[in-house]
Write a protein that binds this ligand. Structure first.
Ligand code: GLU
Length: 307
């Protein structure tokens, strides 16, 4: 594919293919506010480093970003504290479900990576300690990078998660007992649930991910991450970004990606473009069925992958 080629025809073709898929999974059942979402819904956007965006389907419809936000809080904290972060959270795949408690005890309260819930709680806690309001920091970043000042938390989704948040509370308390959480746990959970509740569209999230295609440079040309840090974030996305199916995602798609239980997935072609796809039906590991299929088709049709 040449650099002058528009992505629009590829997106149209992918949407047709997705439209023929017989089974597109089930929406996340454990967050009641998400459970009613129709798995047939679908949107996809591609953003180029200069901010040009292409889209298909419901690419401008806001959905619940959920764990996709973990990429942005990781980048925002890494930009502030650098490598010291890695003393508090690892960067290896966990091989366990995203909300698992088992590894934490025998690994001394240090979560395997920033994208499982335990690791994201640590990152949000550290960002919160540094900024005084991690969720607001995230929202400001997303609004600026997407150019959409209307982005907001969905407080119904946050409240719904809070009401069913025993497992995240358990993770946070457990890590606090190891001294790996600085904030009071209720404060941290409030921050984390609001962070996850951000409602954003494929266009918003593809644009907001642009700094990872620009090797750490923000939309306005200022630098958020060093080139090396941007590589690190992309690498952790590739190895840990799609729950305990990151191996299969790398095999099928061949790009750094991060999924969320709202059915969104962001992906990066370093130096070339960023993508966001949304389909609320999930597979048994928590990844969007139509989302993974669409990204698989994208890299197959365009030849754009990191391999
Ligand atoms: N807010 C969700 C949770 O903590 C995020 C899960 C996800 O998207 O992976 O369970």
């Amino acid at each position: 594919m040449t650099s002058s080629m528009t992505f629009q025809p590829v997106l149209e073709r992918i949407a047709e293919d997705i439209g023929r898929m017989p089974d597109r999974g089930r929406p996340a059942g454990y967050i009641p506010a998400l459970a009613a979402c129709d798995p047939a819904r679908f949107g996809m956007a591609v953003a180029e480093p200069d901010g040009t965006v292409y889209g298909v389907g419901e690419w401008r419809t806001p959905f619940s970003a959920q764990s996709v936000t973990k990429v942005f809080t990781l980048a925002l904290d890494l930009a502030r504290e650098g490598d010291a972060l890695w003393e508090h959270v690892g960067r290896e795949p966990s091989g366990n479900p995203f909300n698992s408690l088992v590894q934490l005890e025998y690994e001394g309260g240090i979560p395997r990576n920033p994208f499982i819930n335990a690791g994201a709680l640590v990152v949000t806690d550290r960002l919160h300690t540094r900024t005084g309001d991690a969720a607001a920091e995230l929202l400001t970043f997303l609004r600026t990078e997407s150019g959409n000042p209307g982005l907001a938390f969905d407080l119904d989704v946050a409240a719904s998660e809070d009401a069913h948040g025993d497992r995240n509370a358990a993770l946070a308390h457990f890590m606090a007992s190891y001294g790996n959480i600085a904030s009071p746990v209720p404060v941290l959970l409030d921050q984390y649930f609001r962070q996850c509740s951000v409602a954003a569209s494929c266009a918003d999230l593809a644009l907001a991910t642009g700094f990872l295609a620009r090797h750490g440079v923000r939309a306005d040309g200022s630098r958020l991450l060093s080139r090396s840090q941007a590589k690190q974030v992309n690498a952790v996305m590739l190895t840990c970004g799609t729950y305990d199916a990151a191996g299969d995602f790398a095999y099928r798609v061949g790009l750094p990606g991060k999924s969320g239980v709202g059915g969104g997935i962001i992906a990066v072609v370093p130096g070339r473009c960023t993508l966001c796809v949304w389909g609320p039906g999930l597979d048994e590991r928590g990844n969007s069925v139509s989302g993974v299929a669409a990204l698989d088709r994208f890299t197959t049709l365009t030849g754009l992958s990191v391999f």
